[in-house]
Ligand binder design. Structure first.
Ligand code: FE2
Length: 371
């Protein structure tokens, strides 16, 4: 029996890295000001009616290699207003930098991605940005963009900002380590396949619910990545005795979406001290965490008094160790938060801390009456 030849394989889009993350919020000026005042981001660029964009305002804030775009609606019919009504403030776009937008978009769509925006140019006197977009979990999107022909502050319609927040000294954030999404129970495998199929990502590691569970809640997590600097863990809730933190997120965000953004530093003690002074509050650590942590980290010289005073968590794998801390949610709804991470060789995500962390999260959940 004759068999038809397999369809020619289309190579996945080649991603150079993360370009920026875009937040859609209720008040872009205050959220951008909060990122500047509390996290030391520098306001870089602004777009709005004064610069020729009528339907929204956007602020770009930057620190190290981290670019966060914060946008708010000027019109009740704006998709941003719809998004905020449904999800509260959240991350709308995890934008990837690519060499060839047309090729990347065509490849993503041919491999099963859903196009939200066909390739188009935005041009001003600084040059041209070509961009397209495909959908991912919930109402979240991946813009694919090429800025190689552009030399302005960020993109067309953006001018140097008039947001005179005083960021003071940088708190030492250097880049985005990973971006984590929460998806509905029973769909983790589907979303892992989505990133494998559409973007050619690979699985880096999988954590089962027996590895990530507390007395009350459990989750499963798979880390997918592009083999380079784009690392995207995906969580789904698992059955526990009470509502898991992932379920709380899904209930309040009203769909899958980005749960946390991990930001790198080379000196987490200095960074977290600076964040505390600026009023950033972090999840508290159980009192019994440190004696056990010192045993786990035996043989590694660490500033334990500082770590304990600041509530910094520690973990190790066969490649090295890492230090990390999680902020409280930075949104009104209990949804999105930041992680600060210092890697000293370790390639993990703080698996050894999951249990201690979740117990801390659950204490906060209980205070909100959502456990
Ligand atoms: Fe993380």
């Amino acid at each position: 029996m004759a068999t038809s030849p397999p369809a020619p394989a289309i190579a996945p889009p080649r991603l150079r890295g993360l370009d920026h993350l875009e937040w859609w919020v209720g008040n872009a000026r205050t959220f951008a000001g909060f990122l500047a005042a509390a996290f030391g981001f520098e306001p870089v660029a602004y777009a709005g009616p004064e610069t020729g964009r009528r339907d929204r305002v956007s602020y770009l804030v930057r620190q190290g290699d981290v670019s966060l775009l914060v946008s708010g609606a000027l019109d009740p019919d704006s998709p941003i207003a719809d998004h905020v009504r449904r999800h509260g403030d959240g991350v709308r776009d995890v934008a990837f930098l690519v060499d060839d937008v047309d090729l990347a978009h065509a490849a993503a769509v041919a491999r099963g991605g859903r196009s939200l925006r066909d390739p188009a140019d935005d041009t001003d006197e600084h040059g041209t940005i070509r961009h397209a977009a495909v959908a991912t979990y919930g109402d979240t999107v991946h813009t694919l963009l090429d800025r190689s022909r552009y030399d302005g502050p960020f993109a067309p319609w953006f001018a140097p900002t008039d947001l005179h927040a005083a960021p003071g000294a940088s708190v030492g954030l250097t880049g985005i380590d990973h971006v984590v999404g929460n998806v509905d129970q029973g769909t983790l495998g589907r979303w892992v396949s989505f990133y494998e199929d559409v973007f050619g990502f690979e699985q880096m590691v999988h954590f089962d619910d027996d590895q990530i569970s507390t007395e009350y809640s459990a989750l499963m997590s798979t880390v997918v990545w592009n083999g380079g600097r784009v690392v995207m863990p995906i969580n789904e809730p698992a059955d526990g005795r009470r509502k898991s933190q992932i379920e709380e997120y899904l209930d309040f965000y009203r769909s899958p979406g980005v749960q946390h953004i991990a930001l790198s530093t080379n000196d987490i003690v200095a960074t977290v001290r600076a964040l505390h002074e600026r009023g950033v509050r972090c999840m508290d650590v159980p009192a019994d965490y440190y004696p056990a942590a010192r045993e786990r980290m035996a043989g590694i010289d660490l500033p334990w008094d500082d770590l304990e005073a600041l509530g910094i968590l520690v973990d190790r794998d066969r490649h090295g160790h890492l230090l990390q801390i999680f902020t409280e949610t930075v949104t009104d709804r209990p949804t999105v938060f930041f992680e600060i991470i210092q890697r000293e060789g370790a390639r993990g995500f703080g698996e050894g801390n999951f249990k201690a962390l979740f117990e801390a999260i659950e204490r906060a959940q209980a205070r909100r009456g959502n456990l």
